[in-house]
Design a protein around this ligand. Sequence first.
Ligand code: C2E
Ligand code: CA
Ligand code: CA
Ligand code: CA
Length: 388
Amino acid sequence: FLDLDHFKTVNDSLGHDVGDQLLVTMKDRILSAIRKTDTLARLGGDEFVIMLTDSPGTSEIRAIADKVIAEVSRPVTLHGHEFRLGASIGIAVAPEDGTAFHTLLKSSDTAMYHAKAAGRSSVCFFDKSMNARVIRRLDMEAKLRRAIDNDEFEIHYQPKIALPDRTLCGAEALVRWRHDGVLVPPAEFIPIAEETGLIVPLGLIVLTSVLRHIRAWRDEGLRTPRIAVNLSARQLFRPDLAATIFRLIAEYDLSPQNIELELTETQMMADPERAEAALSQLHDAGFSITVDDFGTGYSSLGYLKRLPIQCVKIDKSFIQDIGADSRDEALVDAILAIGRSMKLDVVAEGVETEEQLQFLSKRGCPQIQGYLFSRPMPEEQFRHWELD
Ligand code: C2E
Ligand code: CA
Ligand code: CA
Ligand code: CA
């Protein structure tokens, strides 16, 4: 079972004509990688099935799969655009994984999902434990859907502190799921929400809750620091994102200055041109845009210059090794220098120790966030939170 990686993005942004041509090219490439005796069928969309009927051994199957991926991943130029697709391949073998065609198809499809989850251009053989995992995932998805209908989410806020004065200069909104009385951390449900598209309604719940809170603070005469909201690429690439945000801001009678939008580097780079277009719309309306997890992706400085961003957030993995790894210190220094020369704000996240704070203040880091000052906290606590 083969599913192309990134095909949908190309098809959505450049249209079905380009998409169709691309599929023909990919079909020819797959054919050139398999043997004369093998069969290739297209299931629909960007999904293909390859049948090897002479029961080759595992290593030979893998060699064929690797060759197919190598062919598919070569760059293609169409209408002056250069693309590089990839493919995820799941493999089922008869008779171990089934003998009926539909069973093999289902097993290889399951294996393909595991390959997809492992990252681009992976190959995965089916094994029986995968069924249990798929069921757990489906179960999680159903629970998440219900949680969205029943509004089981809470927003916690983590302060951002300006240096050197150590004043509150904003906060990040972080979603929590209260499920059967337990707070489920985002790492356990955001990835599934992203995969299933549920991040779109969930993101809307987060944004609405944040605006409701800010409005309440203002109505009660409390401070209204700028709140950073995390956006996923799925949200960013929806054509109605900007309109939805504008409508909500107007509904709560707030201004774009109340909100900052955080997107990870990797998500922006999934499709830099579309990201640029979508972010420009928000930036022009007055929203501040931050690149999250900066330094962990592969964005080029060229894009950093092109994108309408105001702030970069140094990933906590670099902060954590301050004092232990001089290469991480050099990297933090370099990011601070980039920030200064490109007139971008810089936030260091994950600051946990006094030593990290000392290092960052000495190097002139303008803002920090981390457990040293505060963990994320419920709204009731954050509204009166003071730095001691
Ligand atoms: P992130 O955006 O990088 O958020 C920072 C994470 O670091 C948060 O984890 C925060 O609690 C944690 N953190 C803060 N200070 C420290 C520290 O000093 N040390 C350490 N070790 N960790 C610290 P959290 O709340 O578990 O969120 C994890 C991720 O889930 C976030 O990473 C973000 O990618 C995602 N997420 C959270 N809320 C939302 C949301 O509303 N929408 C979307 N799309 N993603 C969200
Ligand atoms: Ca696909
Ligand atoms: Ca963030
Ligand atoms: Ca981060």
